[in-house]
Write a protein that binds this ligand. Structure first.
Ligand code: NOJ
Length: 979
């Protein structure tokens, strides 16, 4: 019997292994739809849609949730009370504790729980050890600040009968009108309504109830399941649910939470990544070009994902912005369980308050998650900048990466030996192509056992690291969360011994299949597991790693080859006996966090440098600890095209350090596609070339001319603009701003540009790029939103907006414009890696706006340590005033810390070597010098004349001028007088 079991297990394992290998090597050209649920196949999704249908169809519909007026209390910025849910036609009610918190930041938070579950007053089925409460710890992982209660929030005395009004926010301009019966909240800013919660009555909290087994009397006919039944109450998936041969045991029965959120007179909604879909979210239930499925958020390893689809992908950020002319508002649905979002738009008659301007469409959204409490944050803007800032205050701002991390990364599955790595490195140098990081995928390990090196192929990791370090280059090695289940592997032995892995529903260690075959999964919800994980990265433990080794976390959705929907069973148990169902979308982030902490602590005390950890799976908060990429795309033009809206969406959703595999992961790109992809990749905040194990080698030097040369130019452009990129990263780190920005974000009043998602601005630089994403294209149409002059980056051709303009774009040309009014910092000397540019001089490109003025910023630090937190940085503003003709550099450092002076000293020889003026006034034609003065200079040096040359632009191109070698120190105050 035992023997039979073992051998049948072996067979199953073998078959699964073959299936995995088959998936890996067979060029299947489509996502396997059958592996992933549609809404109809997900019980609670189907029920919520049915609930919405019956509610919206019946004019007599009365939402069964009422806030008990006598329960309402208000103190310290928080309203609390009890919502009573009436069950069916009965008089039975279910008590749902409510809090509405008003925060100092102007954000409001609505939380709703279920008293019975909260008190643990329920019975679990199947002798389950699972927790009885609705999951209430998502905030523990996602929220790091911004929860201070509003001091000014107060109850309004003028509430209509049946409502409670709270005034809050800046100068008390925000208002929450809480309707008691049915319960709902209307959010107003400056007297007009921007968000309505439960206005359509779709609030649906499936309360706990015991399973009643209906006995079938002899001879009695079974009632057809759907007959006479409200599909919203379809019980067939309440107590267990099967999909693809797996059955979810659901010990707590049905417990979903659903809610409608409407944005009156807002036609566009953005956000809720990750989906391979346009930036402006489409309707999901009817409407022009709409989807038929809701947007799904259930982190999954979706093989060969489909484009223009609401299907789920690897990460989830349930944060949405609604935008209309001059107003942006947002909501953040904090829930870690499987979530779906329906989007519909309804025509409105013109809004009398909008005086005929603006949208006449309202966007309705309907959100539903499988489990957990309701926890909703509401942001009232009014600008996109305000929204991302408030969201960042809660979930944390994007990590400030080391400077190498924003340069170019070279990856493939796999560089096969340490010699191979060094060979690729030498070839980059020989071809004079800059790069900073080379990556190792899973094959470097011995038999997919993480924290080991294959002794045959990587016998000398130390030599390899030293070799890379000569040019300040780094190595990234992959470490996944599945731990090979094999004897004599100390990592798995310890994992088991200390009981640190995820458990199955019976409380035993969970076993599934991934790259190594049979595996267990570390449970990073467990603090002891995190401590243990940190230990594994110590230099003394992960031998063969050094200070230039960094980490890539993949497969952390988690991907389980033989699991339901390629992931873990929902009834698996995590630390604290929370079911996997409750925390699925948070899971990847906990692993990413643990690795970040491990990297932080791997060195000796006092040797802190900023970790770099790439993740595939993510949740709100992941931005604090690293970068993400969009997973397994394909070497096809449409995959190149979709990468732009996907990355723009990451940016406005609080996780801007993002990129897509350059060249496409699956398949072999044509040389043209590869070249265009590098040109587009130069605008990804995270810029990495990567390829599947089955593809041909495609390092940039292999493409041959003219391709290699053109790719090299694209890479050099990235390196040249690194100071501007780093400044944009700093802004993301301190204010939550996107690093690449869509049109609506930069021009919130330009209605024509709201849906544009194929062009981008880099930070606040005014650089506007429109990557070529079509085969054979030799021009692009770029959209200019305003009436500033825009100049071609390379030849200063002038484009005047507003409107669409055609830019010639033969293969060697990247369509990149500079908006007038900006000063762009650059470093122009080509180097092999960004580390070698540390003390290079700067060039400032001053692009004059229509009023003849320009401003710009530069943020700079050691690009490596945390000393910037103690003032070791330079933050300058450059201002050119078209009236006085002075260009000055002003210190805008927020605070001076103890390490500031020391850092400035290390930078004292770093100078500005050139100022280029684009759109230089004709009056400067005969000028041959300008006068430079510098803070703290000796008397004799206080005013220096430096050479100035003015150039007349060719037809259609701007006049330009150059200040030659003003030699002013980058970290100091100075002025250049052009008058
Ligand atoms: C899946 C990742 O998405 C891909 O980038 C990687 O190369 C493979 N796993 C192998 O590790």
């Amino acid at each position: 019997m035992y023997g039979f079991k073992a051998s049948s297990q072996m067979w199953t394992s073998f078959v699964l292994f073959l299936a995995a290998v088959f998936c890996l090597f067979t060029p299947a050209w489509m996502v396997k739809h059958e592996n992933f649920k549609t809404c109809d196949q997900s019980g609670f999704c189907k029920r919520n849609r049915a609930y919405a249908d019956s509610a919206l169809e019946k004019s007599s519909w009365k939402a069964p949730y009422n806030l008990e007026p006598s329960s309402i209390k208000f103190s310290n910025g928080q309203l609390s009370g009890t919502v009573l849910k009436t069950v069916g036609d009965s008089s039975e009610t279910v008590r749902l504790p409510l809090t509405v918190s008003f925060l100092e930041s102007g954000t409001a938070r609505i939380s709703l729980d279920e008293e019975k579950r909260q008190k643990g007053d329920i019975t679990l089925r199947h002798d389950s050890k699972a927790r009885k409460e609705r999951y209430n710890e998502a905030d523990k992982w996602a929220i790091v600040g911004g929860l201070a209660p509003s001091k000014g929030a107060a109850l309004g005395s003028d509430a209509d009968a049946g409502t409670t009004v709270v005034r809050y926010g800046p100068a008390g301009k925000f208002e929450a009108i809480i309707t008691h019966s049915p319960f709902g909240v209307e959010f107003k800013r400056d007297g007009s309504t921007h968000i309505k919660v439960n206005n359509r009555g779709l609030l649906n909290m499936e309360h706990w109830r015991p399973k009643v087994d209906k006995e079938k009397k002899e001879g009695e006919e079974e009632t057809p399941a759907e007959e006479n039944k409200d599909p919203a109450l379809d019980e067939s998936t309440w107590w267990d649910e099967s999909f693809g041969g797996n059955t979810d045991s659901k010990p707590r029965g049905p417990e979903c939470i659903g809610l409608d959120i409407s944005f009156p007179y807002y036609e566009h909604v953005f956000g809720i990544p990750e989906h391979a879909s346009p930036l402006s979210l489409k309707e999901t239930r009817g409407g022009d070009g709409s989807y038929s499925e809701p947007y799904r958020l259930y982190n999954a390893d979706v093989f060969e994902y489909e484009l223009d689809s609401p299907m789920t992908l690897y990460g989830a950020i349930p944060f949405m912005q609604a935008h209309k002319k001059n107003s942006t508002v947002g909501v953040f649905w904090l829930n870690g369980a499987e979530t779906w979002v329906d989007v519909t738009k309804a025509k409105e008659t013109a809004n009398p308050l909008s005086l005929g301007i603006g949208s006449t469409k309202t966007t309705h959204t309907h959100w539903y998650s499988e489990s957990g409490i309701l926890d909703l944050f509401v942001f009232l803007g009014p600008t996109p900048k305000d929204i991302v800032k408030s969201y960042g205050e809660l979930t944390g701002y994007s990590q400030l990466p080391q400077s190498f991390a924003i340069a170019y990364h070279q990856c493939r599955w796999n560089y096969v030996t340490d010699e191979d790595v060094m060979d690729v490195d030498r070839k980059f140098d020989k071809a004079k192509i800059p790069y900073d990081v080379i990556w190792l995928d899973i094959e470097y390990t011995e038999g997919k056992k993480y924290f080991t090196w294959d002794p045959l192929t990587f016998p000398n990791p130390e030599k390899m690291h030293k070799h890379l370090d000569q040019r300040e280059r780094k190595l990234v090695a992959i470490i996944d969360p599945h731990i090979k289940n094999e004897g004599n592997y100390p990592v798995v032995d310890e994992l088991k011994k200390q009981d640190l892995a995820v458990h199955n529903k019976d409380g035993n260690i969970y076993e599934g299949w991934c790259w190594p075959g049979s595996s267990h999964w570390i449970d990073c919800f467990n603090p002891t597991a995190i401590t243990w994980w940190k230990g594994l990265f110590k230099y003394s433990k992960f031998i063969g790693t050094f200070s230039n080794t960094f980490i890539w976390n993949d497969m952390n959705e988690p991907s389980v080859f033989n699991g339901p929907e390629t992931t873990m069973p929902k009834d698996n148990l995590h630390h604290g006996n929370w079911e996997h169902r409750d925390v699925h979308n948070i899971n990847g982030m906990t692993f990413h966090n643990a690795t970040y902490e491990a990297m932080l602590e791997r060195g000796k005390k006092g040797e802190l440098s900023r970790p770099f950890v790439l993740t595939r799976s993510f949740f709100p908060g992941s931005q604090r600890v690293g970068a993400m990429w969009t997973g397994d795309n394909e070497a096809k033009w449409d995959h190149l095209a979709i990468s732009i809206p996907m990355i723009l969406n990451q940016g406005i959703s609080g996780f801007p350090f993002s990129g897509a595999d350059v060249g496409g992961f699956f398949g072999n790109p044509s040389k043209e596609l590869l070249t265009r992809w590098y040109q587009a990749g130069t605008f990804y905040p995270f810029f990495r070339g990567h390829a599947h194990i089955d593809t041909r080698r495609r390092e940039p030097y292999l493409a041959g001319e003219p391709y290699s040369g053109i790719i090299t130019q694209a890479l050099r452009l990235r390196y040249q603009l690194l100071p501007a990129w780093y400044t944009a990263f700093h802004e993301a780190h301190t204010q939550g701003s996107p690093i690449i920005r869509p049109n609506y974000y930069v021009h919130p009043s330009d209605e024509k540009g709201f849906a544009i998602d194929d062009q981008l601005y880099i930070g606040g630089t005014g650089l506007l790029a429109k990557p070529v994403v079509k085969e054979g294209a030799d021009s692009v149409d770029i959209y200019i939103a305003d009436d500033e002059p825009y100049y071609d980056y390379f030849d200063y051709t002038i484009y005047s907006g507003p409107g669409h303009k055609t830019i010639k774009a033969p293969l060697e040309k990247i369509p990149l414009l500079m908006q007038g009014g900006h000063i762009i910092p650059r470093r122009d000397r080509p180097r092999r890696s960004s580390g070698l540019m540390r003390y290079d001089p700067f060039t400032l490109v001053m692009v004059l706006g229509k009023d003849g003025s320009a401003t710009g910023e530069l943020y700079l630090d050691d690009g490596e340590t945390f000393d910037y937190q103690q003032g070791a940085y330079i933050h300058r503003q450059f201002l050119f005033d078209g009236k006085t003709n002075f260009l000055s550099s002003v210190d805008i450092a927020a605070e001076k810390g103890s390490k500031g002076q020391k850092y400035l000293k290390t930078m004292k020889d770093v100078r500005v070597e050139k100022v280029i003026v684009v759109g230089a006034p004709k009056e400067w034609k005969d000028k041959s010098s300008v006068v430079v003065s510098e803070e703290g200079a000796k008397e004799s040096q206080r005013k220096r004349e430096v050479p100035f040359v003015w150039h007349e632009g060719a037809k259609g191109q701007a006049d330009w001028a150059v200040v030659r070698d003003p030699k002013v120190e980058i970290g100091k105050g100075w002025r250049i007088d052009f008058s």
